[in-house]
Design a protein around this ligand. Structure first.
Ligand code: NAD
Length: 475
């Protein structure tokens, strides 16, 4: 029986209790960590139905979407870590620069120690357990604070952690901001936060107090550029899925479309057909689709309705959708054109099923617009011509860049995932996730009785000065 059933400790007591474990885990072998990861994987596989039903209760998330976007990314992350952990943990010998001749240098990834994971509600299982996989692979203990907005998934996470771990290894605290604030006051060795840029700043300020390192996985407006050379059918199929999966509540969903002016009408026409095909093939209304989730709560539903009302008041045009049902937090997939700079849709991260369409004449205008805003978490380019493609790669900055697809990069274990500045600090997934929770310790080994600067010690004679000059000149 797990001690988490009997000992409800305060955050600071539990943090204290994790110290001993974190020190003993410093020397943990790959096999030991792999065992923990396997236990986690087995639990997830054995409770897939529970995960589906928790997410269904939280925001009517369809079971196939749960499997694809909550379960698979985590099990795949675990499998990838299990496969690569020995090689990630192996000390890596580095080349010896000439002035260091005779020494050996290597890098050893050691666990940072006690970690804190704070997660959001939009992919509440994936974005809580994914970072935990990296923490466990790196050999860190963890305290988790999931979101209060997805309470059923959060409760399931508590159950899972209690069934697998002792609380001095991994523990969960449920609650609102006050709980996060209490946890953030503790001197964690690493804080992994996923959420909004506004709260990211609060987390970073709290971390600065103890100089805790941070990974901040934040949000923002991720544009999708549709170039003249794009295959529109392909682009529409991918964007209509990437935008409206999870009811648009995806940090890397295309936030707005930037499309070459003369392609807009065809894009809209194709998008309408595609949305009908995905969510309403029998013309009974998208609201009845079993494959379309709901907005997480009334607060976010009202926020999105306000965005839409604001756009309509300022001359925006609904090209598709716009219907809603406030009693169920249903908001139809909605395409809006006629976007102006003073609209909230243009300014704020949308994080819901509303897709603004903005046109441009020259690609340089689209690039100028993107560069005038904070650097996005993801940038999508649809086009087959290498010249505009290269121009976008060279002239923009974003956490990730995806060409002729969207959202998919989240599932690529070999690519660093994350933002840049306002959209995030540090990277996650695979080896990058492991490194986020590790201290890469540089180790230098010298031979006894030998020192590379023997001739350079005081008193500095002419010879020492000559050697120093040549060091500067040649190295
Ligand atoms: P949020 O920032 O409001 O909340 C995230 C977590 O922080 C929750 O657990 C919440 O309880 C906690 N929190 C809230 N206020 C806090 C405070 N003042 N002090 C300490 N903790 C606090 O974000 P959200 O609404 O849950 O999620 C939506 C945001 O997250 C969007 O901006 C989205 O783009 C971003 N996001 C980013 C990623 C990514 O991987 N980069 C993934 C998902 C979501």
């Amino acid at each position: 029986m797990n001690s988490q059933h009997t000992l409800p400790l305060s955050p600071s007591d539990l943090f204290e209790k994790q110290l001993k474990t974190s020190i003993s885990w410093r020397k943990s072998a790959a096999e030991e960590r792999i065992l923990r990861l396997k236990k986690l994987r087995d639990w997830i596989k054995n409770h897939q139905k529970d995960i589906q039903s928790a997410l269904w209760i939280d925001f009517s998330k369809p079971a196939p979407e749960v499997d694809l976007s909550e379960v698979f990314p985590v099990t795949s992350e675990i499998n990838h870590a299990i496969k690569n952990l020995k090689s990630w943990m192996k000390p890596k010998k580095v080349a010896t620069p000439l002035p260091m001749i005779g020494t050996t240098g290597f890098i050893k990834a050691e666990p940072k120690g006690r970690s804190l994971i704070i997660s959001p509600w939009n992919f509440p299982f994936n974005l809580t357990v994914g970072p935990l996989v990296s923490a466990l692979a790196a050999g860190c203990t963890a305290i988790i604070k999931p979101s209060e907005y997805s309470p059923n998934t959060s409760k399931l996470i508590v159950r899972m952690i209690r069934e697998i771990f002792e609380e001095e290894e991994v523990a969960v605290f449920l609650g609102e901001t006050s709980v996060a604030t209490e946890l953030l006051a503790l001197p964690f060795d690493h804080i992994f936060f996923t959420g909004s840029p506004a709260v990211g700043k609060i987390v970073m300020k709290a971390a600065a107090e103890h100089l805790s390192s941070v990974t901040l996985e934040l949000g923002g407006k991720s544009p999708a550029i549709i170039d003249q050379s794009a295959n529109l059918e392909d682009a529409v199929q991918k964007i209509m899925w990437g935008k409206f999966v999870n009811c648009g509540q995806t940090c890397i969903a295309p936030d707005y479309i930037l499309i070459q002016e003369d392609l807009k009408e065809e894009f809209v026409m194709r998008a309408k057909v595609q949305l009908q095909t995905y969510y309403d093939p029998k013309f009974k209304g998208i609201e009845l689709s079993p494959d379309y989730a709901r907005i997480i709560n009334q607060k976010h539903f009202e926020r999105l309705r306000n965005y839409l009302d604001d756009a309509l008041e300022k001359g925006g045009k609904i090209e598709f959708g716009g219907n809603y049902n406030a009693s169920t937090n249903y908001l139809e997939p909605t395409l809006v054109s006629g976007i102006r700079e003073d609209m909230i849709l243009f300014q704020e991260e949308i994080f819901g099923p509303i897709l603004p369409i903005i046109t441009f004449r020259e690609l340089s205008e689209a690039i100028l617009l993107i560069n005038s805003k904070p650097k996005p978490l993801a940038l999508y380019f649809f086009g087959t011509n290498s010249k505009p493609m290269d121009q976008v790669i060279r002239e923009t900055s974003s956490g990730n860049l995806v060409i002729n697809d969207c959202v998919l990069h989240f599932l690529h274990n070999e690519l660093p995932f994350g933002g840049v500045n306002n959209s995030g600090i540090g990277k996650a997934h695979g080896h990058e996730g492991f490194l986020a929770f590790s201290n890469e310790k540089g180790i230098l080994k010298q031979r006894v009785g030998y020192n590379n600067v023997t001739l350079l010690r005081p008193p500095y004679g002419i010879k020492a000065k000559q050697i120093i000059s040549s060091l500067i000149k040649w190295f």
